[in-house]
Design a protein around this ligand. Structure first.
Ligand code: GDP
Ligand code: GDP
Length: 453
């Protein structure tokens, strides 16, 4: 699985695949230490056996039972393809289960082929090897091309210990806490004269040593490492640099290019605007740069000292802030999830809250929602408001968090092409009802459950 540079820790994932009735849910229940659940093919019940947490000799991992994914279709090859896709998206180790009593079945061969591109270890589990005879027969499964078969009996728990020894051996190591955390990279972007330099100075304090641009160099920004309440950060400041002598194209274009590079090197972008001028198209364009780079965004309504009447009463201030926030959210509806900070860089007001908000946006940018919670939200959302396009119903099977920075959810569906933007927004909002993820984008990727990857 392809992860981003810095990922919050998650438990490694073992995915159990196999055609129906080989015994996936029996093993699943054994691994997560519950009594064998009644296996009925109704959505409510099958969802209970979707995922669980297991522990073997102190190594914890998540188990996903692909047989628990509601497929809506009775078609065997559809189910099998979906299983392979889920394994491809999520697994750190795959348990490929077959049935000792039945021998190799065409559906086993189909699954064997679909699993071929998977890069992580695949353990071939021959279940229902309840006695010696059946155990010996497991050798025939070598023909599937997945090496040594592991004969087990999920019902009697035979062989499960050896299988788990191998499984935890193959799992990637998992650290509860990252050992060292890289500094949070915070870019400050916005139109000229809105107060970016002043804000940077206010954050860094009076005695900031200005690393002046060395003449002749063409650096886009100055990075200044600093610490805020024990948190290591690096400020990427596009403000202090002067316009180089000979620049092709317009000034605005050059600024945009510089902001884009700064945004791309950051995790959080503070988009500064001059509140005394109101919210302008230029501010919206600056935010668009951060949005396109899929970075966390924090709005800064700077020069607030010029907006608020000095003798203003507290409720008048709140009203003014709300009005300003409404204008931003109306003019930039795609950034409805971004917090707004009101600052006076000149007077050093609101700087503390601004920094706290940036750090929080960074945490949100790194949020990982567990598979179980995600699927519950998705299930409820699609149940309450199903989606149909030109007579074709969208079927959602399974969701998984593919990566963070920003949180990215992969949803397996019957046809990704029919998903309209508005329904995507609906699903995003449903997730945000439980995980507001303030400041962070939330990306949904729709993938076909049927496509061969
Ligand atoms: P799934 O569809 O792959 O999840 O399979 P289930 O776990 O529902 O099992 C299908 C059937 O096989 C059930 O009747 C189980 O009791 C049975 N079964 C599961 N494991 C074993 C086993 O180790 N030995 C035998 N004899 N039967 C098993
Ligand atoms: P930059 O081009 O975005 O880096 O903007 P500067 O930080 O250079 O600020 C532009 C002008 O706005 C300067 O004259 C600052 O003194 C002024 N300024 C910056 N922040 C504030 C503020 O919070 N309140 C007021 N009244 N003026 C500010």
């Amino acid at each position: 699985m392809v992860g981003p540079d810095r990922e919050s820790p998650r438990l490694p994932v073992a995915v159990i695949t196999g055609r129906p009735n080989v015994g996936k849910s029996t093993l699943f229940n054994r691994l997560i230490g519950r009594r064998v659940a009644v296996v009925e093919d109704t959505p409510g019940i099958t969802r209970d056996r979707l995922y669980g947490e297991a522990d073997w000799n102190g190594r914890r991992f998540t188990v996903v039972d692909t047989g628990g994914i509601t497929t809506y279709s009775d078609e065997l090859s559809e189910q099998i393809r979906l299983q392979a896709n889920v394994a491809l998206a999520e697994a750190d180790v795959v348990l490929f289960m077959v049935d000792a009593k039945d021998g190799i079945n065409p559906a086993d061969e189909e699954l064997a082929n679909l699993l071929r591109p998977i890069k992580v270890p695949i353990l071939l589990v021959v279940n229902k090897a309840d006695n010696r005879n059946l155990e010996d027969m497991s050798a025939e499964f070598f023909a599937l091309g997945y090496g040594k078969p592991y004969p087990i009996s999920s019902i009697h728990s035979h062989g499960v210990g050896e299988l788990l020894d191998e499984l935890v051996f193959q799992l990637p190591s998992f650290q509860e806490e990252p050992e060292t955390r890289e500094p949070i990279r915070l870019a400050v972007i916005g139109r000229p004269n809105v107060g970016k330099s002043s804000l940077v100075n206010a954050v860094l304090g009076e005695d900031r040593t200005i690393v002046s641009a060395i003449p002749g160099t063409t650096r886009d920004a100055i990075d200044t490492p600093f610490t805020w309440k024990g948190e290591e950060l690096s400020l990427i400041d596009t403000a202090g640099l002067r316009r180089p002598g000979r620049v092709q194209g317009s000034f605005e274009f050059y600024m945009a290019l510089r902001a884009k590079r700064a945004a791309e090197r950051s995790e959080v972008c503070a988009v500064v605007c001059d509140a005394s001028e109101g919210f302008t198209d230029g501010d919206n364009r600056a935010a668009g740069i951060a949005h396109e780079a899929k970075r966390a965004v924090v709005w800064v309504a700077n020069k607030w000292d010029l907006v608020e009447p000095p003798d203003g009463r507290p409720n008048a201030r709140t009203k003014l802030k709300k009005e300003f926030a409404d204008v931003i959210h109306q003019d930039a509806p795609h950034l409805a999830y971004t917090p707004i900070c009101f600052t006076s860089a000149k007077l050093g007001i609101g700087i503390d809250a601004f920094m706290d908000t940036c750090i929080e946006a960074y945490e949100n940018y790194n949020t990982r929602i567990t598979t179980g919670v995600l699927n519950r939200i998705l299930h409820d959302a699609t149940y309450e408001k199903p989606y149909t396009h030109k007579g074709k119903a969208l079927k959602t099977y399974y969701a998984t968090m593919a990566k963070t920075q920003p949180p990215t959810v992969v949803i397996f569906v019957n046809d990704p092409k029919i998903v309209h933007f508005s329904y995507q927004r609906y699903l995003q909002n449903r997730i945000r009802q439980e995980y507001p993820l303030e400041g962070s984008p939330l990306i949904l990727e729709f993938r076909s459950a049927h496509r061969r990857e």
